[in-house]
Design a protein around this ligand. Sequence first.
Ligand code: BTN
Length: 332
Amino acid sequence: MLKSNFTKKHLLKLLMENPDELISSKELALQTRISRQAIWKAVESLRSEGINIEAIPQKGYRLCSGKVESFSPSLISANIPEICPWGVDITLLNTVGSTQAYAKDFARKDCPDGTVFISTMQETGRGRRDRKWFSPPGGLYMSIVTRPRIAPSSLQLISLASALALRQALLETTSLSFDLKWPNDLLWKGKKLAGILSEASMEPDRIHFAVIGMGINVNIPESSMPSHLLSRSVSLQMILGREVDLTLLASQIIYSLFTEISLLESDDHEQLVRKYASCCTTLDREVEIHSDEGIEKGLAIDISSRGELVVKFPDMLKTYAAADVIHAPLCY
Ligand code: BTN
């Protein structure tokens, strides 16, 4: 297990500003306001994450340029823009059953807003409605703990905000625009690239925490995709024909999610819902709704101000807060 923290993030940022340049330990101590001995400890810890820092006795430290081969939590943290307070505490788990279960344990123990748990494989990944989530090596599986200051009645909007954030992060890092399927699947030409599971603990008037779990098929080659999933799932590697930098993608997701949740907290729900609706490929389609009430067929026409799906039936309109939706093929 590898962990980032405030000191390592700050130190790495300073070194990254001047790659290949020697910076004295006196200067680093001054900037980070920690002792030279604490700097040495932090440098050792950064090295154990695979970051190549050269130490020259009596002179200082230098970040050697070149790609960091390993997936490093401190590097993810250092790549997040300064205005974002999330992603200071990032835990990278080599083996984990589910980052979601792991994160919920920490959320119950009061870990701070914006704490992140990541893995590149899961043994027992879980999806919505308690389904299994296929989590082979090369995927990005992350769970982010947040303590949003919004009314519990707006909880569904967290799902929508998360989908928008993931879409934006993917656009920034790959230049690809994904469709959103209500409530929060990301699709490429109708095939699923990523899914989001948001779970919350709350009282009638307050959300204690929400854990936003994202599973993204990133560096998964077609040969690793089971045949039963190939007709409905896709990975970034399959779309782009190359691997994607997991560090940059993870940093961008954390930053985009912080931005969207902050907007949600600022009460501009209408803007969020309109933005979501404009990328949501479920709308204006015949859909099959699988919910606790059974299976129904109708026309998806809108997203309500609470983030529910509005479906038109011959004799009435119905709204759904939680359901599985199957898109009927579009007829032109
Ligand atoms: C879905 O059913 O579409 C949601 C899938 C969510 C999977 C993610 S992967 C990270 C986190 N850990 C889990 O076990 N599940 C979520």
